[in-house]
Design a protein around this ligand. Structure first.
Ligand code: AVJ
Length: 329
């Protein structure tokens, strides 16, 4: 054996732009001086925010994670077959790849599995996950990409043998229609004939269940939402008092989305020294921190078609709370 002849099983490319937080500062200043005020949901996820989100996924009221896991654990073989037995699984926002193993195992059992391309913002998690996966799936090649895939989508390698590009977790629900359209259009431009997208989306359902999933009595979601103020305090030397903002989660049926906000409990002034910015909140004023869109099959198929994609498969959990759908060019 010539060890030099064997290609490395794991290669990780890192493309993190280090702007020293300038982009975030610009974003936050814009959001806090806009009318109405608004913060982007990506700022939820510092270490505590990520932990709180993990807790949310285990809440009785928060069904999406369980529903998606049910679909993947029961229908991955069908999904892989419907996707044309791809050689490559690309996963956007792969994280610890907990759910991915169902797809990888189905691809292995199908005999098509060759390459996994995790795409994630965290280099540490991507490396750890890659090291575990090459042991769990002998022969698997991993070509990881550490980047912000909203910007660096175009870096995804094209692979022979067909690709399945998975975007799980319902994260697409965070995007406004324009951003969602742009994202899917760019994704569509990357697909070659025979490639598929696999998208996780939460589905429209009774308002009571939706609102309970985003405002449960235990208050973890409220804490998750309020934590974004702590992120700003730390990043920009701010003095937000988390106790003076309450969590609000309403379903907007016209826009088919959860509308998640922080409501100021008093007239108050907040100072962010790091931005040299003073912000006034009126009592009762609401600042949006997240939208989480819900879909019907018809609506999602419309979204696909507008982006130049063809709906190509629909898989739900037994309760039809959540869908994984396939689309191709
Ligand atoms: C991670 C965006 C899918 O929208 O359901 C959960 C985030 N926010 N509870 C969602 C979230 C409040 C979640 N996503």
């Amino acid at each position: 054996m010539n060890p030099g002849a064997a290609a490395e099983a794991v290669e990780i490319e890192v493309h993190l732009r280090t702007d020293g937080g300038a982009g975030m500062a610009r974003d936050i200043r814009m959001g806090l001086t806009a009318k109405p005020k608004e913060l982007a949901p990506k700022y939820f996820y510092d270490e505590l925010g990520s932990q709180l989100f993990e807790q949310i996924t285990e809440l009785h009221e928060y069904y999406p994670t369980r529903a998606e896991r049910e679909i993947l654990s029961q229908r991955s073989a069908e999904i892989v077959a419907a996707a044309g037995s791809p050689g490559t699984l690309v996963e956007l926002g792969s994280g610890s790849a907990a759910k991915t193993r169902h797809l990888l195992s189905a691809m292995r059992d199908d005999g098509c599995l060759a390459t996994y391309v995790p795409v994630d913002i965290s280099e540490e998690i991507t490396r750890q996950t890659a090291e575990s996966l090459v042991e769990e799936y002998p022969g698997l090649t991993i070509r990881g990409l550490v980047c912000d895939f909203e910007h660096d989508l175009e870096r995804i390698p094209n692979g022979g043998g067909g690709r399945l590009v998975a975007f799980l977790g319902g994260t697409i629900g965070n995007l406004y229609p324009d951003a969602r359209h742009d994202f899917l259009t760019r994704l569509a431009a990357l697909l070659e004939p025979g490639d598929r997208i696999l998208l996780g989306t939460d589905l429209v359902k009774e308002t009571g269940r939706l609102e309970a999933a985003y405002d449960e009595p235990g208050g973890v979601t409220a804490e998750f939402n309020q934590n974004v103020l702590q992120v700003l305090n730390r990043e920009f030397d701010g003095d937000f008092d988390l106790e003076r903002f309450e969590h609000v989660a309403r379903y907007d049926g016209d826009a088919a989305r959860m509308d998640i906000r922080l409501r100021s409990l008093a007239d108050q002034t907040v100072r962010l020294d790091g931005l040299d910015l003073t912000v006034r909140f009126a009592a009762g004023e609401e600042m949006r921190t997240e939208i989480s869109s819900k879909f019907t099959r018809e609506a999602l198929e419309g979204v696909y078609r507008e982006a130049g994609l063809r709906p190509d498969g629909w898989f739900t959990d037994a309760a039809e709370d959540y869908a994984l759908s396939l689309a191709s060019v």
